[in-house]
Design a protein around this ligand. Structure first.
Ligand SMILES: [Zn+2]
Length: 70
C-alpha cells in the first residue's frame, strides 16, 4: 500500500495515509485516522459525517505500541 520509496520533491517522506474526510462539500475538514479515537468520528469543523479516505501525507511517527521499541 505504501509508496514511500518514491522520492517526492521535498525531504519529508510521504506515505499514503488513512484519513477521514468530511462529507460536506462546502467543508474541507479532514483528519488523520491515527488521531481519531471515536468509533464513528465526525468532522471537527462542522460535525458532519466523515468518510474514510486516503491521502498522500508527510509521514509522522506512529505511536502505536507495536512500533515502540525500548
Ligand atoms: Zn466538515
Amino acid at each position: 500500500m505504501y509508496n514511500s520509496r518514491r522520492k517526492p520533491a521535498e525531504d519529508v517522506p510521504m506515505e499514503l495515509t488513512a484519513i477521514w474526510s468530511c462529507s460536506n462539500d462546502k467543508c474541507k475538514g479532514w483528519m488523520r485516522d491515527n488521531f481519531v479515537f471515536n468509533v464513528i468520528p465526525v468532522c471537527p469543523q462542522c460535525q458532519s459525517n466523515v468518510m474514510r479516505d486516503e491521502r498522500m501525507l508527510a509521514a509522522v511517527t506512529n505511536t502505536s505500541p507495536s512500533q515502540i521499541k525500548i
